[in-house]
Design a protein around this ligand. Sequence first.
Ligand code: GDP
Length: 140
Amino acid sequence: MAIERTLSMIKPDAVAAGNAGNILQHFEDNGLRIVACKKTQLSLAQAQAFYAVHAERPFYGELVEFMTEGPIFAQVLEGENAVAAHRAVMGATNPAEADEGTIRKLYAESIGRNACHGSDSLENAANEIAFFFSESELIG
Ligand code: GDP
């Protein structure tokens, strides 16, 4: 299996609830190494740009407002098939549909306020990693 890197975010709801540490531990417990990590707060322009692919969706305004309401953690995770492995650890977008033991089952409030983000392809992972981190910040 290929070693991949993916971009992960702990969203404002989970950071505000004090669950960032638990979620980072969850990644490590599931074989995803943290090669970069920062706490930051997205500006409106940054959130709009990050989620530009969803600009035509009815929930876009709500999503951007939510993602700017407080600090987030952004991290780069590395491991075997990391893109898919991370999404499995996160669980379904809607916590009502997420499997037991997944981050969204454990910590998400709703389909919108759902605790975490993970890249959905290797190509998007590369773009999303570059959105937050320079090459020198990735400590293998
Ligand atoms: P993901 O890849 O599992 O994060 O899901 P998507 O790419 O489909 O959606 C991106 C993000 O938009 C989700 O993680 C949610 O935060 C938000 N979102 C998706 N669907 C809805 C919805 O129906 N309502 C609201 N308010 N937010 C949504």
